[in-house]
Write a protein that binds this ligand. Structure first.
Ligand code: SF4
Length: 380
């Protein structure tokens, strides 16, 4: 099993428009702020030089938002500062997220020339009705064209993000979408069930009775069909929502799931360094004001106590195909034995992992095991 490398996350919050289900720290396009925000990122990287996970970095992830809304020369300015401040390991994985609308081979080629070697496309669906229901601006033809543009630009490591369980989508959209995604032969696929987050327009629509989330059973069926199809096509199901061709796991996300340390810069970005989790200001005005005033944009922090750290490692590890190290005191617990007997969990030497059935209930099982860990720790 590969170990977590040194990772850096950089948040670019601008999007052509904010999607009605999005709960990330994002804002509209605001081109007048692009250069100013980039300079703030450069300044924050300098400010946090001593804090980082050390260098050279193994992975850098430009996420958002829609990072590719910014001109390549601005993104290049940030990458240049990353190289100066931390350095990059040979063969470092440099990912950038992009959306299909406005994608073109010329822009993608400029990103390749800067050194990005992994492109993550927010396709979400290849079905017209689902894209409209999600409030997305692109259509299936643009999604397909974006994949072609990425290949023409020389990206040999392409991820496609897909959303399953789109409320109100015609039956068959998910399977059709997956089939068209596979036809693009991506190296990696992330398939997330749509969750309705408080504070989003979708949450309001749900309260008004205008939107009904898919039932758990239908969600589970879509997930199971998708998993079986992707595995049959040669993809390794290496995390609850993630699938990769051999050798193409996301090294950056793998670091998160292994409990590795990382630095996050930019609006609302999180960091985990030395057992301390911190997060940046979430309002753009506050973030810019802090950095431009020479202050840390940190908005809050917590130190993980050993029990929480163990619980979190269990939670994250459980979501991967390798499973998690079984915390001391848990082996032989009645409830653990029951979950194994019921076919949700598997014990593999010193590790515990989810079965295919268990993957469907990953969150609930994670919570239950964390409670078992806390209970075992509290015992005299
Ligand atoms: S494109 Fe992605 S990050 Fe931007 S608003 Fe839509 S879901 Fe959020």
């Amino acid at each position: 099993m590969s170990q977590a490398g040194r990772g850096l996350y950089i948040h670019l919050p601008f999007c052509p428009q904010v999607c009605p289900y999005c709960s990330f720290a994002v804002t509209g396009p605001r081109p007048q702020l692009h250069t100013r925000y980039i300079e703030a990122l450069v300044a924050e990287l300098t400010l946090r030089q001593g804090e980082g996970p050390g260098g050279p970095l193994d992975t850098v992830y430009f996420g958002g938002g829609t990072p590719t809304l910014l001109e390549p020369h601005l993104l290049g300015r940030v990458l240049e500062q990353v190289r100066t401040v931390f350095g990059l390991a040979a063969g470092a994985e440099l990912t950038i997220e992009a959306n299909p609308e406005g994608a073109d081979a010329g822009r993608f080629a400029a990103l390749r020339a800067l050194g990005f070697n992994r492109l993550s496309l927010g396709v979400q669906s290849f079905a017209d009705a689902s894209l409209k229901l999600l409030g997305r601006r692109h259509n299936p033809a643009q999604a397909q064209e974006a994949c072609g543009a990425a290949r023409r630009a020389g990206f040999a490591n392409l991820n496609l993000d897909l959303i399953l369980a789109v409320p109100g989508a015609p039956a068959g959209d998910w399977d059709h979408s997956l089939q068209r995604a596979l036809a693009q032969e991506p190296e990696h696929l992330s398939t997330y069930a749509l969750t309705i987050e408080e504070g989003t327009p979708f949450a309001k629509h749900q309260r008004q009775g205008r939107l009904t989330p898919l039932g758990e059973e239908e969600q589970a069926l879509q997930y199971e069909r998708g998993t079986a199809r992707l595995e049959a096509a040669g993809y390794e199901h290496y995390e609850v929502s993630n699938f990769a061709r051999p050798g193409f796991r996301s090294q950056h996300n793998w670091g998160y799931w292994q409990g590795g340390e990382y630095l996050g810069v930019g609006l609302a970005a999180h960091s985990l360094l030395g057992g301390r989790r911190s997060w940046n200001q979430r309002r753009l005005r506050d973030y810019l004001g802090d950095v431009e005033g020479g202050r840390s944009p940190e908005a809050g922090a917590e130190v993980l106590d050993p029990v929480s750290a163990r619980g979190e490692a269990l939670w994250l590890g459980l979501r991967t195909s390798e499973g998690a190290l079984l915390p001391p005191g848990l082996a032989g617990r009645g409830r653990l034995t029951e979950l194994v007997a019921e076919g949700y969990l598997e014990l593999r030497g010193e590790r515990v992992g989810l079965t295919r059935r268990g993957f469907l209930l990953a969150d609930a099982l994670g919570v239950e095991l964390m409670e078992l860990v806390e209970g075992a720790e509290a015992e005299p």
